[in-house]
Structure formats: structure tokens, C-alpha cells
Design a binder for this molecule. Structure first.
Ligand code: FES
Ligand SMILES: [Fe+2]
Length: 379
């Protein structure tokens, strides 16, 4: 984060502390309950997500030539591989012969070729078709047109981002991620390593998770058993860059550092980045937590978490430090997720025709305005 941004965030946070008056939107807003219960809309949201960058794996997994990762994201089977020249590639993990899955889900290194398990059509790490048994049976095959379907990919902020829709394989992933992904790199995330991965299913719509990550109004109440004592009540400093958002959530520790002290924002708060449409990166004092969300069905969302830490722990003391950090994050999120599942369970009850966003919750309203605009344009 550059010094101008740091100074501006601290000044705004201090102004709120001095006045006791949080920054607010112009007016209340509402969100119709039907928005969360419409299967046709959810399918359009999934299609939209497939056209935007997804943080599929930590970059530390794919650092070496010959490293690879395979998994499914938003229904698309993906293969990411680094070739012998160190260039990173992403593909649909689908054989160009008869469509079998080329590489089983997993990760590894030291592989330069991928042979399909069905008839052994074999692809290089750059996706080119290199060999097939009994090639005389395919006299009209053009090997140059038969490589794995390429996808847009980039490394940013310690993560590998892939756009799963092959129709936008030429998209500029870095440009789409915008200035906040670059800002994340200023925290050193680009050479951090993955730690403590997990994957859980929640019984709620994915948008409720984004909403819950867009305000600090709930902290003092929902998180009273975990992190609430550390944070100033209802103090969120929110900015946006295109479709992305940054929320500086301020800790009580800032009160002990009056101006002109210019502490690092991450030393006196957490900084939560929302990278549209499905990734949250929470920057904490010495590491970051990444959460990618993926709607799988109406009222069902898969949540993938990883911690990005500066270096792999070399001893038990370091391991227990990171385990404690990861556990606190999960305990805190469990409090959020319990609320989101309860909200989803109540959506169909008839109690509310719409949910209400107060003036402190202006980022939730912005998210829906922007999402609806994207759905309307189909981009
Ligand atoms: S489907 Fe892959 S080689 Fe036949
Ligand atoms: Fe929360």
C-alpha cells in the first residue's frame, strides 16, 4: 500500500474516532428476498463468475517448472501447468479426442507431459498435442488445432487466477483484477506460501457471504466471543476500484497511535479486499487469509480457504503460531456462516419480502447494484 493511500485511510479512520460518526451512504436500501431464491438467476450468476478471474490455487504450488494443479472450478475441469521455460498455462482439462478428463484432480511437480487415461493422447505442459497412439487412424487430424483448450491465467498476490470460460481466453486477467491486486502484492503476498487449506459447504446463497464481508456493523454483536474486543465498533472505511472493494476495519489499537504517527494500516486493523465476483483476501498483520466462494446449487455454496504466510513453518513453534491464527479465522467465520445459514433458512418463510441495508451497510447495496448491472449486460 503506498504512503498516500495509507495516510488517507488513517486520516479517515481517525476522523471517525474523533467524531464518533461512521462514514455512511446517502440512504437506506433494500434487497428483495427473491434475489436469493431464483435458480435461473443463480445459473446466470455462475455463468458470470466463469467469465471473471477465480483464485484457484496458491502460486506457491506452481512455482517450479513442471509443477501442475488440477481441479474443478464452477463446474469447469481445469489444469494449470508450468512448462519447462517457466511459463504458466491454464487449460480446460478435457481431452480433444473424446473429451475424457486428462489429469485427475491433484497437484504435483516434475511433469512435462500429460497422457489422457482413455487412449493416451498426450499433451505437453504448454497444451500442445504431442503424441497419440496409432495416429494413422486420424489422417485428417491437425495436431496444431488439437491442443488443450487454453484459458486466461495470471499470477497475482500469491494466487493463480484463471478465467474458466474458454470464450474469453484472451482476457487480460491482471487488468481485470485491477489496482487492489497490485496493492496486495505490496504486502509481500506474491512470495507467500499456502498453509491450512480447507473446503466446506454452506447452506446459503453466495451473495449472503459477500454481504457479510462488506460491513463491520455486526462485529460487536456476532463476534463478541472472538474478535470483537479488538475492533472499534462499526468502523469500516470502504473504497472501490471498478467492481472490487477494499474495507479497512479498524482496531482499538489505532487510538494508541494518534497523529502524526503513520502506522501500517495492517498493524492497526485488518484490510479486507473483495475481488469481484468470488474472492475475499483478508490482510492481517503478518499474513493473509484467502476465501473463494462458489455457488453449487440454489442455497448451497462451497467455500475454499487458504492462508498465505511468509514462509513454510520450520519448527513446531511456528506451526502452532499459524495454526492458532488459522483457527481464530475459522472460529470467527463460523460465527458469520451460522448467521448466513440462518438468514437463508428464513428467506422462504414469508417474514421478509426484502432485506434492509442501513446507511452503514452501503457497500452491500453497491455490490448488488454492480452485480445486477453485470448480469444485465451479460459480461
Ligand atoms: S478421450 Fe482422451 S485419448 Fe481418447
Ligand atoms: Fe463477520
Amino acid at each position: 500500500m503506498n504512503s498516500a493511500t495509507t495516510a488517507a485511510l488513517l486520516a479517515r479512520a481517525r476522523a471517525v474516532l474523533a467524531s464518533g460518526q461512521p462514514e455512511m451512504g446517502e440512504a437506506m436500501a433494500t434487497s428483495p428476498v427473491t434475489r436469493y431464491l431464483d435458480d435461473a438467476r443463480l445459473q446466470r450468476e455462475r455463468a458470470l463468475m466463469r467469465r471473471h478471474p477465480q483464485a484457484v490455487v496458491a502460486a506457491s504450488v506452481l512455482r517450479d517448472a513442471g509443477s501442475w494443479w488440477s481441479g474443478d472450478v464452477l463446474g469447469a475441469p481445469l489444469l494449470v501447468a508450468r512448462d519447462g521455460d517457466g511459463v504458466l498455462h491454464a487449460f480446460l482439462n478435457v481431452c480433444r479426442h473424446r473429451g475424457a478428463r486428462v489429469v485427475a484432480a491433484g497437484q504435483g511437480c516434475g511433469r512435462e507431459r500429460f497422457a489422457c487415461p482413455y487412449h493416451a493422447w498426450t499433451y505437453a505442459a504448454d497444451g500442445r498435442l504431442r503424441a497419440l497412439p496409432r495416429a494413422e487412424g486420424f489422417p485428417d487430424l491437425d495436431p496444431d488445432q488439437s491442443g488443450l483448450r487454453r484459458l486466461a491465467v495470471a499470477e497475482r498476490a500469491g494466487l493463480v487466477w484463471v478465467i474458466p470460460d474458454p470464450a474469453v481466453a484472451d482476457a487480460d486477467v491482471r487488468a481485470m483484477l485491477g489496482a487492489y491486486a497490485e496493492e496486495l502484492e505490496s504486502f509481500g503476498l506474491h512470495d507467500h506460501v499456502a498453509y491450512g487449506q480447507r473446503d466446506i459447504e454452506l447452506r446459503c446463497d453466495w451473495k449472503l457471504i459477500v454481504e457479510g464481508s462488506s460491513e463491520a456493523y455486526h462485529f460487536k454483536i456476532a463476534h463478541r466471543e472472538t474478535i470483537a474486543p479488538l475492533f472499534v465498533d462499526n468502523l469500516q472505511i470502504v473504497d472501490e476500484d471498478g467492481l472490487h472493494r477494499r474495507m479497512f476495519i479498524v482496531k482499538e489499537a489505532l487510538r494508541e497511535q494518534p497523529a502524526p504517527a503513520q502506522p501500517e494500516p495492517r498493524a492497526v486493523g485488518n484490510i479486507l479486499y473483495y475481488l469481484f465476483p468470488s474472492t475475499m483476501v483478508l490482510v492481517q498483520p503478518d499474513h493473509a487469509q484467502v476465501t473463494r466462494i462458489e455457488p453449487t446449487a440454489l442455497g448451497r455454496t462451497q467455500v475454499f480457504d487458504i492462508a498465505l504466510i511468509p514462509a513454510a513453518p520450520g519448527n513446531d513453534r511456528a506451526r502452532s503460531h499459524w495454526d492458532r491464527n488459522v483457527q481464530l479465522y475459522r472460529d470467527t467465520l463460523a460465527e458469520d456462516y451460522a448467521q448466513m445459514e440462518a438468514i437463508h433458512a428464513g428467506l422462504e418463510s414469508g417474514a421478509n419480502r426484502e432485506l434492509r441495508f442501513g446507511r452503514y451497510e452501503f457497500a452491500l447495496a453497491r455490490f448488488h447494484v454492480q452485480l445486477d448491472a453485470q448480469l444485465a449486460t451479460g459480461t
